[in-house]
Design a protein around this ligand. Structure first.
Ligand code: CUA
Length: 157
């Protein structure tokens, strides 16, 4: 079968690009630890405050240097909205909404997830630099949307 010279070149090019994209995905997942926001479980929005973790929202150290934080999200606040961890901490965020769709974006990190009623959203991030990391809701959720914010303080131990 005759394949035109240019056609053959483009077939080769597409195979090479598929390989490059596959390698890029593998590097980002296993090398850089970039992950899709996880939906870990489902939750009844009307009973968020009774679910384990969300019944006592806040930060807990589960292992030296490893933290979990449960955040209840509702119009128009995050509870808690102030978190303080030592530098180098690996923090897993669990968020659940009691009402409408909200967002959770932490500045200067790649934490950027939606908080959909009925789902628990999870994201893990390691804070390697001390500083003040503001977070806010980035899904329009009503009149007080612009007031939904908080802060992760990463401090020297
Ligand atoms: Cu919550 Cu916008």
């Amino acid at each position: 079968m005759h394949v035109d010279r240019f056609e053959a070149a483009f077939i080769r090019l597409s195979i090479v690009m598929l390989a490059v994209f596959s390698v890029a995905i593998l590097i980002s997942v296993f090398g850089l630890g970039i992950q899709l926001p996880g939906v870990v479980d489902q939750i009844n929005p009307a009973q968020v405050s009774e679910e384990p973790g969300f019944d006592n929202p806040g930060l807990r150290e589960v292992y030296p240097g490893k933290y979990e934080v449960y955040i209840v999200v509702q119009t128009w606040q995050f509870t808690p909205n102030q978190i303080t961890v030592p530098v180098g901490s690996e923090v897993t965020f669990f968020l659940a909404s009691k009402d409408v769709i909200h967002g959770f974006k932490v500045l200067d990190t790649n934490i950027n997830i939606m908080v959909i009623p009925g789902q628990i959203s999870e994201f893990t991030h390691t804070f390697n630099e001390a500083g003040t990391y503001e977070f806010f809701c980035h899904e329009y959720c009503g009149g007080g949307h612009h007031t939904m914010s908080g802060v992760v303080n990463v401090v020297e131990p």
